[in-house]
Design a protein around this ligand. Structure first.
Ligand code: BES
Ligand code: ZN
Length: 444
């Protein structure tokens, strides 16, 4: 095993699950490991406590006149359940079939560590970096980065930079260099419908009172029309239409055709908003999704119960220029006006993040494309992303810098799911990509 892979294995062994308070010590231990690694590389590294999980910042000695590059990543990971579906234990990394299998292998530890190890290699080869570098690593991305924006405000001067580089997004197909220039935003909520004071016998009371589980079905059904368009009043008002050049460009991008999407997802058919291709639906159109649903008997066999309550967890993916707060206000209004009779509705809103789009042809965008071309030996494809990294738009608002999304996550990486994996080849390419990127940004 190479020393780089050994480092990644150590990093992956921390169960740094940010959403689970039982893992707070592991998250902190992981941050401490990063500080030790960065310090050993000769960078000035600090662990900053926040009301939540720590932020790690590291920098080289800055030289006036050089381009200042901030590299962002997250060392927290998603929960591992359902644990039984993992072939090998999520925090005991293994290599099989040329891939590293572990929670966080792709999202985001493997991609993030590739940057760190690229810098280590450049320092070893040249004793110096061609740019002023700031590493900013957080432990709360998977829970919506609640403490990072205040941290940026407090450390605005120390974090001032010309451009931001992030590898926490997708690569459309193996070996196809991919530059992301947009992300969807997100806003989340939970709705609870309550009926009777307690669970009732469905024979003795069914038919005379509303069933909250039935009502939640009607409420959910009201979110879309039969074709799959979101049916919330004003939902599409601020949506920026797709540009013709994007539609033309995306029609050539590999990995996102209908057959490939059927293959990747295992679905019996595709379904989505009429008038848009699969890539357009994911990268440039907003959605309403049910992420969780509950109420009534879940055990074996049947139980004739009329449940006292039912709930649904919803999220909405947003595109420029939709605003998460405006959308949540419209959602709340829609839910209230479509709530069936005989039940009460309570809506609790969750975390959110704004959508992001930038110009892939800016001078830094062109430098990123040159680095991708050099490392992969092919013309980069330019895409927007369906996923969200809420802090990216906040970076622009607080630090005034745009982000380059140099994604290495493959469609079958199983991020957030059992059997997350990252090809060794992508890890190694990521290390070389960091080296090429800093060289190209230095002369951009
Ligand atoms: N790395 C992902 C986002 C991602 C993955 C973007 C692949 C594009 C391609 C990130 O860690 C993530 O999962 N973000 C969450 C944000 C949410 C928790 C606020 C998401 O998109 O659901
Ligand atoms: Zn994630």
């Amino acid at each position: 095993m190479t020393p780089q892979l050994a480092d990644l294995f150590e990093f992956l062994r921390f169960p740094s699950v940010s959403t689970d308070s039982r893992h707070a010590g592991d998250v902190r231990g992981c941050a401490g490991w990063l500080v030790a690694k960065l310090s050993a590389m000769g960078l000035g590294a600090e662990l900053h406590d926040t009301p939540g999980h720590p932020v790690v910042v590291a920098r080289n000695v800055h030289v006036p006149g050089r381009c200042t590059v901030l590299i962002y990543g997250h060392y927290d990971v998603q929960p591992v359940d359902p644990l039984a579906l993992w072939t090998s234990a999520p925090f005991a990394p293994e290599i099989r079939d040329g891939k590293i299998w572990a929670r966080g292998a792709t999202d985001n530890k493997g991609q993030m560590l590739a940057h760190l190890l690229g810098v280590e290699q450049t320092l070893r080869d040249h004793g110096d970096l061609p740019v002023n570098l700031i590493f900013l690593f957080e432990g709360e991305e998977e829970i919506g980065s609640p403490n990072l924006a205040p941290f940026l405000v407090r450390h605005r001067d120390a974090l001032r930079c010309d451009v931001i580089a992030i590898s926490d997004t997708g690569m459309v197909a193996p070996g196809v260099p991919t530059l992301g220039y947009g992300l969807r935003g997100i806003t989340c909520c939970e709705a609870v419908l309550r009926g009777p004071a307690g669970d009732l016998h469905s024979g003795l009371f069914g038919g005379a009172v509303a069933n909250p589980a039935t009502a939640i079905g009607r409420l959910i059904a009201s979110l879309h029309d039969a074709d799959g368009r979101v049916a919330i009043d004003g939902f599409y008002d601020q949506v920026r239409p797709l540009e013709n050049w994007e539609r033309r460009m995306w029609s050539q991008v590999p990995g996102v055709g209908d057959l490939e999407m059927l293959e990747t997802t295992g679905c019996p058919g595709l379904f989505g908003e009429p008038g848009y291709t699969t890539a357009e639906r994911i990268w440039a159109r907003p959605t309403a999704e049910v992420n969780g649903l509950g109420g009534g008997y879940q055990g074996e066999g049947s139980k004739t119960v009329l449940p006292a309550e039912a709930f649904v967890k919803l999220s909405f993916r947003l595109v420029p220029d939709q605003d998460p707060q405006d959308i949540m206000a419209k959602v709340t209004c829609h839910l209230a006006s479509h709530c069936p009779p005989g039940v009460t509705l309570e809506v609790t809103s969750g975390h959110d993040g704004k959508p992001y789009v930038t110009d892939p042809h800016s001078r830094y965008g062109r430098a990123a494309q040159a680095a991708l071309r050099a490392v992969f030996g092919a013309e980069p494809v330019l895409i927007r992303e369906g996923g969200s990294i809420p802090i990216v738009q906040t970076f622009r608002e607080i630090l005034g810098a745009d982000s380059l999304l140099l994604g290495l996550a493959l469609a079958d990486a199983q991020i957030h799911a059992p059997n997350e994996n990252f090809p060794v080849a992508n890890f190694e390419a990521g290390i070389r990509l960091n080296q090429a990127l800093l060289q190209h940004l230095a002369s951009a």
